[in-house]
Design a protein around this ligand. Structure first.
Ligand code: MIG
Length: 663
């Protein structure tokens, strides 16, 4: 049970984050203070209070002890000192002396100082006093989650095939390159369902074009991939190349569909293709126009997309570049002291994603001219919504895969997200784990990190350890940056181990998909922190590196190099299962408490809770070929029933203690 109260400060911009209308209250609960013209909210935290939420953010599951800003940011260095990443998710849950959720519906920057400036104080600051506040009260953490999730609406349902393994790279340059990746997996007996097309499939980085030279007869190529059970997933960038011979540009320009500058001219900045214009996704007509452009690709058989650079990312604008060049010229011939030198450096680095550019960009929201600053966090959301809205028209009989880099609360109704440009760092395995429940709280269930890491080079050991967690990411995609070492799993020495771990994923797909759908249906988490399940168990409440998946299993991946294994905390008696491949596993009962568990890199270890069971199937080369008749259970109970949710239906499956299924 929960109750939600809504408070309005000033005149908020309608964000569409919320799907349910709620009566407005006039007084905040007495434990929350609001001051300075409604701009600053404070709460006195108890010594033991924990704070959850914030979706895509650095640091732990418990967000206490840092300062975060919800501001969609194109930043590929996800170090612990950062305050913002690509998604802006201004929702937190305070759990301690009081239990409540707080959602600050505000599309510009919100600062969450969670015991950073003052160890005991939570201070939430909005840039201007125009926001909606929602306070959700309830008895249990799950109540708060459900209350919030009902408020913001049901999460996007990804297609079943999108739970298959997906391989990406910036870039596979030609259809031959793509085919050789498919062959690499297939000939090594490694399952796979999708290969990604990064910016180089396009003709000169022009959205909705395909390079004829590198991908001749694209439609036929898509069909041929499909016949091998491979979905091709092209990228779409937010910026539209300024080019008089490119119809997407000229249509947008002639119809006034691009964001403007302060004088009403098209706002121009540079990204991949050089100078671009940014479609005004906050304008309904422009959004519809851009959304319908996806038809070019869906007509060629494409059924998945990833929307990138939609914070929006800006390399530079001519105006800022001119200023910078002016400044730099003034340094010429000077004997630069330390401050001058750093000033010079900052001038160049500060060109990208500059506040000056964002505040020179304007939207036309139903006739009202709105400065980008006021609505920054809604740009990627509306780009992605434009695509999702169009899919209903252009591909009514297909469920199209869609996920985005930038996001705001509410976008989860239309798509998933990936967590952007991480690195091949051990710490990012743990960050991948920690983001999953935080994102779930904010409605993002179809999500995942670039496995093996985007930037930097992945070693074989890191790739294997990350894969053992990756088999639980709903969006299970291996992706890497231009200039990094190839990191497709078949390129490593121990291909058989990679193949076996991929097979474990495929054995788990019906379970993972079911739990994903159940979480959507119940407005619940698919990945729970231990704190959400084992109330009152201090060790469980403080646990930052283990998760409960669905409600039956616990995962505890290794995220350190050269590890023999790791300490695992069992909050109850559990059964450990060591998977070596889909059908090869060993079980061992273990008592509540701490254990050092040896985990070789060739194993994926999971723990089944008391009284629960895990359904598995025989792995297949792709999701089309998974045979549900091969389902059996690994049980830690005396048999029972499991409701399996497939793309088409829901069925109750009965199983015995031995794990076999009967009717
Ligand atoms: O900043 O399209 O996050 O996944 O490979 C580079 C090239 C632009 C950023 C995305 C990344 C993608 C890359 N893009």
């Amino acid at each position: 049970m929960y109750n939600i109260k809504k408070y309005i400060c000033g005149s908020p911009f309608e964000t569409n984050a919320v799907a349910e209308n709620i009566a407005v209250s006039d007084k905040l609960p007495c434990y929350i203070n609001i001051s300075e013209n409604d701009r600053v909210i404070t709460y006195a935290m108890g010594k033991e209070d924990k704070v959850y939420g914030l979706g895509e953010a650095v640091r732990g599951i418990n967000k206490r002890g840092w300062i975060y800003e919800t501001y969609c940011s194109d930043d590929p260095m996800h170090t612990e000192t950062k305050r913002s990443l690509y998604g802006a998710h201004p929702f937190i849950i305070v759990d301690g002396e009081k239990l409540f959720g707080l959602f600050v519906d505000y599309p510009d920057k919100v600062t969450f100082d969670i015991g950073y400036s003052d160890i005991d104080t939570l201070t939430v600051t909005v840039k201007s006093a125009d926001c909606c506040l929602y306070i959700i009260e309830g008895e249990a953490l799950t109540d708060i989650v459900k209350g919030f999730r009902r408020l913001i609406g049901k999460s996007y349902v990804a297609p079943y095939w999108a739970f298959g393994f997906q391989q990406s790279r910036w870039s596979y340059y030609t259809s031959k390159d793509v085919q050789s990746v498919i062959d690499g997996y297939r000939t090594n007996g490694m399952p796979i369902d999708a290969v990604y097309l990064d910016i180089d499939y396009m003709d000169g980085f022009r959205d909705f074009t395909v390079s004829d030279e590198r991908f001749p007869n694209f439609k036929e190529f898509v069909r041929s991939a499909k016949s091998q059970h491979i979905h091709l997933v092209p990228i779409i960038d937010a910026g539209v190349k300024c080019d008089d011979s490119y119809s997407v540009y000229t249509e947008g320009r002639d119809n006034g569909y691009f964001c403007k500058d302060k004088d009403g001219n098209d706002f121009i900045a540079a990204v991949w293709p050089g100078k671009v214009c940014f479609p005004d996704f906050l304008n309904a007509e422009a959004a519809r126009w851009f959304g319908m452009k996806y038809k070019t690709l869906t007509d060629m058989g494409i059924d998945g997309f990833w929307n990138d650079m939609n914070e929006p990312a800006i390399f530079y604008s001519e105006r800022q570049l001119d200023k910078a060049i002016g400044k730099i010229a003034a340094y010429r011939g000077k004997n630069l002291g330390v401050y001058d030198y750093f000033g010079l450096k900052d001038t160049v680095l500060g060109l990208s994603n500059s506040a000056g550019d964002y505040s020179s960009m304007y939207h036309n929201v139903n006739g009202e001219i709105v400065c980008h600053d006021r609505v920054h966090n809604l740009y990627g959301f509306n780009m992605t919504k434009a695509a999702a809205d169009a899919f209903v028209e252009i591909a009514p009989d297909r469920n199209i895969l869609l996920f985005s880099r930038a996001s705001y609360i509410g976008m989860h109704r239309y798509s998933g997200i990936w967590t952007g440009d991480n690195q091949s760092w051990w710490s990012h395995i743990k960050l991948n784990l920690q983001m999953l429940p935080s994102l779930n709280m904010c409605g993002f269930l179809y999500t995942g990190a670039d496995l093996s890491g985007f930037g930097d080079n992945a070693t074989e050991e890191l790739a294997l350890r990350w894969l053992a967690l990756g088999i639980f990411n709903p969006l299970m995609r291996n992706h890497s940056a231009l200039g990094t070492k190839d990191q497709e799993y078949f390129r490593y020495k121990n291909k058989d181990i990679f193949g076996n771990l991929l097979k474990v994923r495929y054995a788990l797909i019906p379970f993972l998909y079911s739990e994903y759908r159940r979480a959507i249906e119940d407005d619940d988490l698919m990945f729970r922190p231990l704190a959400f399940v084992y109330r009152g168990d201090k060790l469980a409440e403080a646990c930052e590196d283990q998760l409960i998946v669905g409600d039956s299993v616990m995962i505890a991946p290794v995220y350190e190099p050269n590890a023999l294994g790791r300490y695992v905390y069992l909050p109850e008696n559990m059964m450990m299962v060591r998977f070596k491949s889909d059908r090869e596993y060993e079980c061992e009962s273990m008592a509540k408490g701490h254990h050092f568990v040896e985990i070789p890199t060739c194993e994926a270890v999971i723990f089944i809770r008391e009284g629960k069971a895990l359904p598995i199937v025989k792995a297949a080369a792709n999701t089309d070929e998974i045979d549900l008749n091969t389902i059996s259970f690994i049980t830690n109970n005396d048999g029972g029933e499991y409701v399996l949710i497939t793309e088409a239906d829901k069925r109750t499956i009965k199983y015995r203690s031995t794990g076999e299924v009967y009717v």
